[in-house]
Design a binder for this molecule. Structure first.
Ligand SMILES: Cc1cc2nc3c(=O)[nH]c(=O)nc-3n(C[C@H](O)[C@H](O)[C@H](O)COP(=O)(O)OP(=O)(O)OC[C@H]3O[C@@H](n4cnc5c(N)ncnc54)[C@H](O)[C@@H]3O)c2cc1C
Length: 384
């Protein structure tokens, strides 16, 4: 077993780190304060090839391995988790996976090269007001009408809803007998009947757009059905499996940023005539933070590596992906909270970024399958 990145991975990691230091971190406070969508940074990420990371070369993406992609996400999240989620909800982790794993070659050719070339955004539209953790409870419908489906329903908490050109929408196909077949469709945002609703005001990830989406009698060509009728939940669950190492990587980036800030501050803040890092009480906190981050990193890298094996030969990785998501996000919450503690009262102010890291970390325990749901997934695997 080799615990070493290859030279290509090291180069990519360094490039992403330098990009984050120069193009993201200096703007992250302002983006957070203004709740401003990070278009300019997204364009730069796109121009240097750090966007739509999961898309293979034949469809216009960079075609990199999943570990490299986690390395990039981790570094970008060190700069700002809101920017990272904006980019990764697209082709890095979430929205494009149903197409990548369930679409036909023709569908991939139709959508992906344009999305990658022009940096267009796509939403992953699954959650509804009464269907959060219980994704199978969605009530959005798709009724067949000749060579079209007519889609009606409402989604909530959809990342990038206001800025996307496409929406990957989960809906139940209702046939003549009234039976429901959960399915997934690629919609264009300018199709008549698609509207964006309320934009959420959030605790963290404040530059990332989160909004409602409504579909009223939207006519969608049958060719836009991704996979077969009835495959929607399978594709949603597989997509979420694929996304979990990325949530773990974002969590790692947030935790690493908070840890580095806490170490630096503890060396300069003087109380009782010496830097606070001279106290064993602070040293033990720093040692625990470093240990937890390292353990989370190993789980995230392992799950990312397994994701590629799943792509190649179907090796199951559901449990390892859930390990990575649940552990890394819990670590991010703990480490960022401890970082605020090390900063004392100053950590509670908006003068320093540690309070932002703590707010950003919280959502990592909630979305893309809450940490309770991850534990259900893990327990089911253990007891199967
Ligand atoms: C910033 C943000 C961005 C998001 N982006 C997207 C997106 O792009 N696309 C999308 O489709 N969705 C998105 N979501 C929705 C997100 O995935 C859901 O919020 C999440 O799945 C939880 O659903 P819920 O909020 O309805 O909580 P609920 O399902 O109502 O859960 C409430 C609480 O109960 C717990 N719980 C529920 N069931 C169980 C159980 N069986 N056992 C134990 N505990 C349980 C949960 O863990 C949680 O703590 C986003 C949400 C946010 C806040």
């Amino acid at each position: 077993m080799e615990f070493k990145l290859n030279s290509e991975q090291e180069t990519i990691q360094k490039m992403a780190r330098e990009f984050a230091d120069k193009e993201i971190t200096p703007y992250s406070r302002e983006l957070d304060e203004k709740e401003e969508f990070p278009w300019e940074i997204l364009k730069k990420l796109h121009s240097v090839g750090l966007h739509d990371l999961a898309v293979p070369e034949e469809y216009g993406g960079p075609g990199i391995d999943s570990l490299s992609y986690s390395l990039i996400i981790e570094q970008i999240a060190r700069g700002c988790a809101g920017v990272t989620v904006t980019s990764s909800a697209n082709g890095n982790s979430l929205a494009l996976y149903p197409l990548l794993i369930g679409g036909t070659k023709e569908q991939k050719q139709r959508f992906l090269p344009t999305i990658c070339k022009e940096g267009k955004l796509v939403t992953f539209s699954l959650t509804e007001p009464n269907a959060g953790s219980d994704a199978a409870a969605i009530t959005t419908t798709a009724r067949k009408d000749g060579k079209h489906y007519i889609i009606n329903g409402a989604k909530c908490f959809i990342t990038n809803a206001s800025y996307s050109h496409y929406h990957m929408v989960f809906a139940n196909v209702i046939d003549g007998s009234g039976s429901k077949k959960p399915s997934v469709f690629m919609l264009e945002s300018d199709m008549p009947g698609v509207t964006v609703g309320k934009k959420e005001k959030k605790m963290g990830l404040r530059c990332s757009d989160t909004a409602e989406l409504f579909f009223e009698d939207v006519r969608v060509p049958e060719d836009n059905l991704i996979g077969k009728e009835g495959e929607g939940i399978r594709l949603a669950m597989k997509t979420l499996d694929m996304a979990r190492p990325s949530v773990g990587a974002i969590s790692l980036g947030i935790a690493q940023a908070a840890f580095e800030a806490a170490v630096a501050y503890s060396k300069t803040r003087v109380q009782f005539g010496r830097p606070i890092c001279k106290n064993q009480g602070i040293q033990f906190m720093l040692a625990d933070m470093a240990t937890q981050i390292e353990a989370a990193r190993l789980l995230v890298y392992q799950a990312s590596w397994l994701k590629d094996k799943f792509y190649k030969d179907g090796t199951p990785f559901t449990k390892k992906a859930a390990f990575a998501k649940v552990f890394a996000s819990d670590v991010a919450m703990k480490v960022t909270t401890d970082a605020v503690q090390i900063f004392g009262g100053y950590g509670y102010t908006r003068e320093f970024l540690v309070e932002k890291y703590m707010r950003d970390a919280k959502i990592m325990q909630i979305f893309e399958g809450s940490n309770q749901i991850q534990r259900i997934v893990i327990a089911a695997q253990i007891l199967a």
